[in-house]
Design a protein around this ligand. Structure first.
Ligand code: MN
Ligand code: MN
Length: 295
């Protein structure tokens, strides 16, 4: 007797077997498109982000092949994330009164929009480390809308900051910037860190969270002050005020004046290897970068 299978349905049989395969393939396609969506969104918004008006200091992109200079562009700010260090390299944001409100502080949250294979820093990674969860884009710079405030509490906007830096001259400069905004100015701020190893409430550390989060040696900031909102790049001249600071990430500086940490952009560019104000015409850029704010 022949063991050949009866040909039920004839040539329709292969098509029936293909159906589950097609369904699985279709589902995989839909799921992977959804997983890619946050990155595609970042890619789409990065080129025209208002927060990158002055430039992109490290040439960050949303290319997953450069995970330590990975651009995250949100409506609230743009930043370069460093996967291996578990902190942003820098963040850049616009500040004017439209961002300022009086909402209560949100809660720190893990940034689950990071690629799923990357380590996602958790709020409790900082617990007991001796370092503050230091906002790069300050909480009080984004407290007019709930979604904006939540965006600055994502752990991708946080670095380990010594309390005396974070709550001392660093915070005083943040307040000073908000005061300028309240006086009607529009600010473009770029802020980050440089070097390895800070001195917190539990002594010197180069990393916390079992090595997942690097502790920087210093924090820096470049603040470009425009006379009113909406003036844009064209309004930047040789007279534009630029405030640059570099502050050590250590205890013992709580009562220091932020003004005592002022430097030139040129010095900070040498220190970090970044190119700041790269969208400003070169003659003006050169002049502004050589100056140290004196006001
Ligand atoms: Mn802070
Ligand atoms: Mn430059």
């Amino acid at each position: 007797m022949s063991k050949r299978r009866p040909r039920i349905g004839g040539d329709r049989l292969p098509r029936i077997r293909l159906l589950p395969v097609l369904v699985v393939l279709l589902c995989c396609g839909v799921i992977s498109s959804c997983a890619l969506l946050p990155y595609l969104t970042d890619l789409a918004t990065s080129t025209n982000s208002v927060h990158l008006l002055l430039g992109n200091p490290s040439g960050a992109t949303s290319d997953l092949n450069t995970p330590n200079n990975y651009l995250i562009a949100r409506p609230q700010y743009a930043l370069s994330y460093n996967r291996d260090k578990g902190i942003p390299n820098w963040a850049s944001w616009q500040l004017n009164t439209s961002w300022l409100g009086s909402l209560p502080r949100a809660s720190f949250v893990t940034d689950t929009s990071l690629p799923p294979t990357w380590y996602q820093v958790r709020p409790d990674d900082y617990t007991g480390s001796g370092f503050d969860r230091g906002h790069v884009v300050p909480a009080a710079d984004r407290n007019n809308r709930q979604t904006d405030n939540e965006a600055v509490f994502l752990m991708t906007n946080i670095i380990p900051q010594a309390a005396d830096n974070n709550r001392g001259p660093w915070e005083k400069l943040e307040r000073y910037c908000r005061d300028l905004a309240k006086q009607g100015k529009e600010l473009y701020i770029i802020s980050g860190w440089v070097g390895s190893g800070g001195n917190g409430e539990r002594g010197k550390k180069t990393a916390i969270a079992r090595g997942k989060v690097a502790v920087p040696a210093a924090t820096w900031k470049v603040v470009v002050v425009l006379n009113q909102p909406g003036l844009g790049l064209e309004s930047i001249s040789n007279d534009t005020r630029v405030i640059t600071v570099v502050m050590p990430n250590r205890q013992g500086i709580k009562d220091s004046d932020w003004r005592s940490y002022r430097q030139s952009v040129d010095m900070l560019e040498q220190l970090t290897g970044y190119d700041f104000l790269s969208n400003v015409p070169v003659p003006i850029q050169t002049l502004l970068e050589a100056k140290v704010d004196k006001r």
